[in-house]
Write a protein that binds this ligand. Structure first.
Ligand code: PRX
Length: 566
């Protein structure tokens, strides 16, 4: 295992069928991610290999072998079947990073239902918008998140089952049911639903500039790309101890926190805990982590804590480091080279791509600050924003674009065909980002091409925030834009005009902030609210966020003639 060949060799002879063969997939035959990540490994002789070593912030630990993954995902799948969940129905996973989230994900997929993971820090409004859009049939959650579900369930008549993994029946209300993974009768044999390549698998919600978040619809065939990119880009080898610190509420936590490592039969460790440098270093030292997939904000937070704390820990087990989600600044790469003796390898991809598409491939010289080159089998370029033709000139900025057709490309946005169609121009899929490509073919990220705010690697849509702001009794109009931040790269700033009878004050600012934090999430909460008399608008009355964003970033606004006429 591992990746013995060079980037050039692999690119020259590349065919995705290499992954199909390794996964034992025959075209037209069944393919089920839940089965591939558990039963298949047991058939390959890894039944007793450790698959998951879980730990929480209190030091509680649980260990699961691949056979445990197999049996426990069967158990969950069986339970869902008994409740009447049908293939194709959406089952939401709304939990902290507890074992039930990881194993439940496999269980949902084994029934043929669609897994809809949602970040457990979401407030009731963020949760409602996504459950309503997906017409979700069941939600698996924890006691601590139950109040948020209870608050909205009357407005969700099709949400038939609320499954709670850590309470007894006596505490439950109608439509709620208790499921204890450790106590449920273990199901050794389960007839896994024979999903095929194009059967829907995972529905991840992601934010765009316009409208509420969109459900990115993945299919079971995505595993072909997730398996191979995990193996080659993250350089996974059989005796690795792998740590991906992303939450499965976001795509990194499923593609590379579940499917990628487990389809490769890799042992992974999970830390159900927030950021704390000392705890993170202790965790990696204790578990002898070899491969670590992280994010620039986390790295910048670690940089702030200095190097002395690193030296107090034995991190000699670390062999390979990679990062995703936001621009990985050159200083972070150089810092990691200095303190860990190896660089972070930047990887670029999206919810919609399902897998890493541009990357610093193992063995390829790292240019600090660059995202690297297209993964073998991926055709990536930078397009002229007017003609949608490749710019073909080193150093000139363009729109990052990919040739459609890689295995883990989403097959659509849930019930939003127009939104999906709009992502394609001139035979290219547009990522919504800008980059330049240098003479060696390395991509250099320049920024997003829309109004989406990337805070600490998490995308938040301005529309969702503005809708929530308009729900505040005092707010007449609003615009949510990014504001630069030294650690999170961007945070949310809201510009607000008030209704008659309200006057700006610190108390009002706090009240609005708190409301957004509770109803949406801490990520979406504006870190600053600026009360203004009016907002910049086009002649037809649309708010022009770009002017406000440029003000925050001290950038020139440029030519506004076309948008002002909108
Ligand atoms: O803007 C790019 C940024 O994150 C977006 C994708 O976000 P999401 O769909 O939530 O998926 C995040 C994890 C895969 C991209 O359109 N982004 C992602 N990776 C990078 C990045 N920006 C700069 N450098 C990266 N390596």
């Amino acid at each position: 295992m591992g990746n013995p060949a060079s980037y050039e060799e692999l690119s020259a002879n590349f065919d995705w069928s290499v992954a199909e063969r390794e996964l034992g997939y025959r075209q037209g035959g069944p393919i089920n991610i839940g089965w591939m990540c558990s039963d298949r490994l047991c058939h390959l002789g890894l039944a007793n290999k450790l698959a998951l070593h879980w730990e929480d912030y209190q030091g509680n630990q649980k260990r699961f072998t691949f056979d445990d993954l197999r049996v426990l995902s069967n158990t969950i799948a069986h339970f869902l079947g008994e409740l009447g969940i049908q293939p194709g129905e959406r089952v939401c996973l709304f939990m902290d990073r507890v074992p039930e989230l990881y194993i439940g994900f496999l269980g949902v997929l084994k029934t043929g239902a669609v897994a809809q993971p949602l970040f457990s820090a979401f407030g009731d409004e963020s949760l409602f918008v996504r459950l309503q859009n997906a017409n979700t049939s069941a939600i698996i959650t924890q006691k601590k998140h139950l109040p948020k579900v209870r608050k909205i369930r009357e407005q969700l008549p099709n949400l038939r089952h609320i499954i709670v993994v850590d309470v007894g029946e006596s505490a439950l209300q109608p439509r709620e049911v208790s499921f204890h993974m450790d106590q449920a009768p273990r199901i050794e044999d389960f007839a896994v639903y024979p999903t095929t390549a194009e059967s829907p698998s995972v529905l991840h919600y992601t934010s765009g500039t316009t409208g509420q978040p969109k459900g990115a619809q993945h299919v079971h065939y995505s595993i072909v790309a997730q398996y191979l990119t995990a193996k080659w880009v993250l350089d996974l080898r059989p005796d690795d101890i792998y740590w991906c610190n992303a939450d499965p509420g976001w795509v990194t936590g499923t593609s590379y926190g579940i499917i990628g490592p487990w389809s490769n039969g890799i042992t992974q460790v999970v830390f159900d805990s927030g950021f704390n440098a000392e705890h993170w270093y202790q965790f990696m030292e204790k578990h002898r982590v070899t491969v670590w997939y992280s994010a620039p904000t986390a790295i910048r937070l670690l940089m702030k804590e200095g190097t002395e704390i690193v030296q107090r820990h034995d991190l000699s087990s670390l062999r390979y480091l990679a990062s995703v989600g936001e621009p990985l600044n050159a200083e972070a790469v150089l810092w990691s080279q200095k303190v860990f003796g190896k660089p972070f390898h930047d990887t670029f991809w999206q919810t919609e791509t399902g897998c890493i598409v541009i990357t610093n491939f193992p063995g390829m010289p790292v240019k600090p600050g660059s995202m690297g080159k297209a993964f073998p089998g991926i055709t990536a370029t930078a397009l002229n924003p007017k003609t949608y033709e490749p710019v073909n000139q080193p150093g000139i900025a363009g729109l990052i674009a990919l040739r459609p057709g890689w295995p883990s490309q989403i097959r659509g946005y849930w019930n939003n065909e127009a939104g999906y169609k709009a992502k394609f121009k001139n035979g290219w899929y547009l990522c919504g980002d800008r980059a330049s490509i240098d003479a060696d073919g390395y991509f250099w990220f320049m920024g997003r091409d829309d109004d989406v705010i990337n805070t600490g690697g998490h995308l938040v849509g301005p529309f969702e925030i503005e809708s929530a702001l308009l729900g505040c009794p005092s707010v007449a109009e609003s615009a949510a834009v990014a504001k630069p931040d030294p650690v999170n790269m961007e945070v949310v700033k809201a510009y607000v005009t008030l209704k008659k009878g309200f006057t700006p004050s610190d108390d009002l600012e706090l009240e609005i902030m708190n409301r957004i934090r509770k109803r949406l999430s801490p990520l979406a909460m504006p870190q600053e609210i600026e009360f203004v008399d009016s907002l910049p608008k086009t002649r037809s009355g649309k708010i022009v966020r770009r002017i406000l964003r440029c003000k925050e970033f001290h950038e020139p606004v440029g030519d506004l003639s076309t948008i002002m006429d909108d």
